[in-house]
Design a protein around this ligand. Structure first.
Ligand code: ADP
Ligand code: MG
Length: 313
């Protein structure tokens, strides 16, 4: 039977060239880039709540890191170093090898080094913490949206939610968005100096934009028809109620929602073209108490379904 230390060495002990000290001591040591501010985030994935026991371990390794990279993207930060705290019911080597493969593959693509963590026996739990850098004063915050700003969304919404709610209707792309989302890190970095606020869509568009409105003390008007929806939502088996729920309240897409002054439109469109990422202008920030008005093509209000909340009744 694999010991805890052997497990860590074998599966999570790869070299971390960007750290002064990586896995193997009591703590990792890194040297931040001079002038950079540090952005920290962590996300916890629990078996039974965020993933199922038989989910592909490679995709889980990807997702555990991806959700944290998405938080860096939403801050406009460059992700640099990660920690992995993991609880496992047993040292299943096939599972561990695949999980580590998924995690390291994504980390390599974004230049992130795994520099430490913790390992314990218990119900399967995956917790990555991430440390990123952003030039001083340039982080994208939730507070910062101003009346007159445009509201933008990257990519398409609702694919991951469809894959969760109605797997039989989801195409391969929607299924991939749920299992192994692609964090919008490059976009987040390019939005520094252009966006006035940003958030990633983890709990549903309406709810997550609501966080920007609350933090910024403004209201927003969004055109439902302008929201970019995942192609699988156009399938005949998907009715309008499900489509709306996926687009407005579906979590797990990890797209970015951001606001920017109209003067930045051309520059933002250039960024979208340069990165090959669809960027859609979907509404406007207005003066008023934090509230989101979503309207249909005729201007009639649409009541947004509730987004995800772990503690909602
Ligand atoms: P300590 O008892 O001081 O917390 P551990 O024995 O838990 O040390 O960990 C030993 C080393 O292995 C540390 O450098 C720690 O960061 C690293 N480590 C433990 N678990 C993991 C993991 N799942 N992924 C990456 N590094 C890990
Ligand atoms: Mg420890």
């Amino acid at each position: 039977m694999l010991s805890e230390f052997e497990l860590v060495r074998r599966y999570f002990g790869r070299a971390a060239p960007s750290a002064l000290l990586g896995v193997g001591d009591d703590a990792a040591i890194v040297r931040p880039t001079p002038g950079a501010e540090l952005a920290f985030a962590t996300d916890l994935l629990l078996e039974g709540r965020h993933f199922r026991p038989h989910d592909d371990p490679r995709a889980l390794g990807h997702k555990a890191l991806a959700v944290n990279l998405s938080d860096m993207a939403a801050m406009g930060a460059r992700p640099r170093w990660a920690l992995l705290a993991i609880a496992l019911p047993e040292a299943d080597e096939a599972w561990l090898a695949a999980f580590a493969e998924g995690l390291y593959a994504l980390a390599a693509r974004f230049g992130v080094d795994l520099v430490g963590g913790d390992t314990t026996r218990g119900p399967r739990t995956l917790c990555v913490a991430i440390l990123g850098e952003v030039p001083a004063g340039e982080a994208l915050r939730r507070a910062g949206a101003r009346p007159g700003d445009d509201v933008w969304v990257s990519g398409e919404l609702g694919g991951a939610a469809l894959a969760l709610a109605r797997p039989s209707e989801a195409d391969a792309d929607a299924a991939r968005r749920l299992a192994a989302p692609e964090p919008r890190v490059a976009l987040g970095e390019r939005l520094r100096g252009l966006a006035s606020s940003a958030i990633d869509v983890s709990d549903g568009f309406a709810q997550d934009l609501g966080h920007i409105l609350a933090a910024s003390g403004v209201r927003a008007r969004v055109r439902y028809e302008a929201l970019p929806r995942h192609a699988a939502l156009e399938r005949p088996g998907v009715d309008e109620a499900l489509r709306r729920r996926c687009v407005l309240a579906g979590g797990d897409d990890y797209e970015l929602v951001f606001t920017a002054a109209p003067a930045a439109r051309a520059a933002i469109e250039d960024v979208g073209r340069a990165l090959g990422v669809r960027l859609s202008r979907v509404g406007t920030i207005e003066i008023g108490a934090p509230q989101l008005a979503i309207v249909d093509a005729r201007g009639a209000p649409i009541e947004p379904p509730r987004g995800f909340d772990h503690f909602a009744a």
